[in-house]
Design a protein. Structure first.
Length: 332
């Protein structure tokens, strides 16, 4: 089984502290960007490729792991705009998209706004996009005319934890494909991210445990809103993540394994033929038919379910249960 090189669990705690205090440490290399790749109706597209890192090869049953810290000043695809969709990938030194088939594993990445115009909900942070190797596309336009506002004074940070399931070091970069429209686009509604970890604000990680188990955390709402999107990022061994308002479930984010050739370890990897999480069920509502609504004082609970009898854990690697939702607070 895969285990990991330790010492990475502090990364998400650090980004929460950075965002809560407004600290802006230096560092980070200016990322490269790919020109717009088409589109119509005023929608533009841009791929931002963040700085490459070297991820060591694995040793024995331990995969190679690189925690790239918290580079402050992660590039934005646009300013004075609304981002309407996000999709994360990994690319190699030639710019080719790669996956665990070739030995590259997007363990997780998080983009956060450290200086948003309004504070984040739940945990006081505004983590607005997260992805693991499931590489979800979040398309806010499927819920209506929604977008995430990006202003000139916003400051973005990137957390990334990348893995290598071969025995040789690999250079890899996180790349994010964005779609966006100008801030003045008629009729667009601002969507706000809602991030809740399965063990609390400072605990996106939860301990590894064999067999069947689950972890929950509840946030008491401080605003009124419609929920228009939800999914949960988890680690291997997960079966599903659920979302509920006052005990009424509104989303079941099932985790799927090995549904694409790219998500199965290929030749030269440590566990050739092993299937990893490749798709995650997301729940998407609309303005007229949201997934759920909540009011100030309501209780929003998220639960992460794991079963090592059904899917192998990554050794003693801590688990994750990041609940990522989008809400419309303008509807009230």
């Amino acid at each position: 089984m895969h285990t990991r090189i330790r010492g990475c669990a502090a990364a998400l705690i650090l980004i929460a502290v950075v965002m809560a205090t407004g600290c802006r440490p230096g560092g980070g290399t200016t990322p490269t960007t790919r020109p717009p790749i088409g589109g119509g109706g005023g929608v533009q597209h841009k791929r931002v490729t963040y700085p490459a890192v070297s991820v060591p090869g694995g040793v024995g049953t331990e995969m190679g792991m690189k925690n790239a810290g918290v580079p402050i000043g992660a590039a934005k695809p646009c300013t004075n705009c609304y981002i309407t969709s996000f999709h994360a990938s990994l690319v190699d030194s030639s710019g080719r998209d790669v996956n665990v088939r070739e030995g590259y594993w997007l363990h997780h990445m998080v983009l956060a706004n450290t200086m948003p115009s309004s504070p984040g909900l739940a945990c006081g942070m505004e983590g607005f996009f997260t992805s693991g190797n499931e590489r979800m596309t979040i398309d806010l336009q499927q819920s209506g005319n929604y977008g995430y506002p990006v202003r000139a004074n916003d400051s973005w940070s990137l957390i990334e934890e990348l893995a290598n399931v071969t025995t040789s070091a690999k250079m890899m970069s996180v790349a994010v494909d964005f779609s966006y429209v100008p801030m003045g686009t008629a009729g667009i509604r601002p969507a706000k991210p809602l991030w809740i970890g399965a063990s609390g604000c400072m605990g996106a990680y939860i301990p590894a445990q064999q067999g069947q188990h689950s972890y929950s955390w509840t946030w008491t709402a401080t605003t009124n809103a419609k929920i228009i999107y939800a999914h949960m990022h988890m680690h291997d061994g997960a079966t599903k993540g659920t979302f509920a308002v006052n005990g009424q479930q509104y989303c079941d984010s099932t985790q799927f394994y090995g549904t694409t050739p790219e998500s199965i370890e290929g030749p030269g990897t440590q566990m050739q033929g092993m299937a990893h999480i490749s798709e995650v069920h997301s729940c998407q509502g609309t303005t007229a038919n949201p997934l759920a609504t909540f009011k100030r004082g309501d209780r929003l609970t998220q639960t992460a379910f794991y079963d090592s009898n059904a899917h192998m854990l990554m050794g003693t690697e801590p688990l994750m249960g990041i609940g990522h939702a989008w809400i419309d607070v303008s509807a009230f």
